[in-house]
Ligand binder design. Structure first.
Ligand code: GTP
Ligand code: K
Ligand code: MG
Length: 369
């Protein structure tokens, strides 16, 4: 070996050494308790994109990155060692005309919510998701699922639970209305809870038999997020186990490596997101089926307008509603009118440059002009 080659090798070794040290430091951080200044409850700095965000949460090496690489055009490194993924990696699933952001995240460990390593950052990111995929290794003991639920619960994430039906408005005067009989708590307790949060000047309307913890959902510390439990690596377990897992509620079994059931998983993701597709249509033309506006269930004409262009809602007068759920005759509906899946929305400008939006019927995929 000549001298130059030896020097080159030395330089390479040096850089590799630095790189390895850096990686080792990152990996150590993932397991360290959080410092006071460092990893707070703030999520990774990844822009929300597309129509919905789905976060992958799981222990290390369950196959999160393998799944991202299989379902999207983004490659995320996967390997047999733990903490291969060190940050949030977004990919896009295109399905039914919707663009769903899938977020690959570092594996978390028990105690993540308490600040073990980057776990806080991971669970904080999960809180921004429209759907959480709890990814599990089918070859590992069943308790893994409960351990992850505990971590998410600790940061205020309620999985597959309905948000309490309570309306809350800050006002200059206060008032409490209950429209149902309360059995788990009483008005006096609720008043004292409100007072303890110094919420004297607000209107609270309780329309459900809530418990004492309803308030945390009101002030935003609780998030109600749908969740699917995804058992990976079913290529390595018995048929009996696969059978019983697959029959469990909100559960999908897959094998990333063998490409088993991945299409079905995406179908279930789509279903769980409960997105509503609304097609836009230019006057005299057929609706644009290739590029629907995707909205949350319960979305209104106003949301549709905002999804198309900001100015549309501002110039809005009324909409003519003729969705499949309504009579075949056009009728006026307001901005707050809720749209249905497969509705068609069309915008027209009249002479005064006012913008109207109206719905026309779309039934069983059959366009009624
Ligand atoms: N048998 C089997 N192995 C799999 C499957 N999917 C992934 N693996 C393997 O599991 C290991 C971990 O995969 P990763 O995708 O890196 O897992 P991860 O959850 O992203 O891991 P971290 O980023 O370290 O948290 C790799 O060796 C994969 O080849 C599967 O369906 N079956
Ligand atoms: K891994
Ligand atoms: Mg990974």
């Amino acid at each position: 070996m000549d001298c130059r080659q030896a020097q080159k090798n030395k330089a390479t070794e040096y850089h590799l050494g630095l790189l390895k040290a850096k990686l080792a430091r990152y990996r150590a951080q993932l397991l360290e308790p959080a410092s006071k200044s460092g990893s707070s409850g703030v999520g990774f700095d990844v822009q929300k994109a597309g129509d919905a965000r789905v976060a992958l949460i799981g222990f290390p090496s369950v196959g999160k990155s393998t799944l991202l690489s299989k379902c999207t055009n983004t490659a995320s490194e996967s390997a047999a060692y733990e903490f291969t993924t060190l940050t949030a990696i977004p990919g896009v699933i295109e399905y039914q005309g919707a663009r769903i952001q899938l977020l690959d995240l570092p594996g978390i460990v028990e105690g993540a919510s308490q600040g073990r390593g980057r776990g806080r950052q991971v669970v904080a990111t999960a809180k921004t998701a429209d759907l959480i995929l709890i990814m599990l290794d089918a070859t590992k003991p069943e308790e893994q699922r409960r351990l992850l639920e505990i971590e998410l619960d600790a940061v205020g994430i309620r999985l597959n639970k309905q948000k309490p039906d309570v309306v809350f408005k800050r006002r200059t005067t206060g008032g409490l209305t209950t429209t149902v009989k309360l059995t788990k708590t009483d008005e006096k307790t609720i008043r004292s809870i409100l007072a303890s949060y110094k919420l004297h000047n607000c209107d609270v309307m309780i329309r459900e038999d809530v418990g004492k913890d309803f308030l945390s959902s009101l002030i935003g510390t609780r998030k109600y997020i749908p969740c699917l439990y995804v058992y990976n690596k079913i290529d390595a377990v018995s048929l009996e186990l696969i059978d019983s897992l697959a029959r469990t509620e909100n559960t999908v079994v897959i094998s990333c490596e063998m490409d088993l059931n991945l299409d079905y998983l995406i179908e279930r993701v789509w279903e769980s997101l409960r997105l509503v597709k609304v097609y836009t249509k230019k006057r005299g033309e057929r609706p644009d089926l290739a590029d629907p506006v995707c909205l949350r269930k319960g979305a209104t004409i106003e949301d549709v307008c905002l999804g198309i262009h900001k100015s549309l809602a501002a110039n809005f007068r009324y909409a003519l509603g003729r969705s499949s759920k309504f009579s075949p005759h056009a009728q006026k509906v307001s901005l707050s009118h809720q749209v249905q899946d497969d509705d068609v929305v069309s915008s027209i400008r009249n002479f005064k440059r006012d913008v109207y939006a109206y719905l026309v019927g779309w039934r069983f995929g059959q366009y009624i002009s």
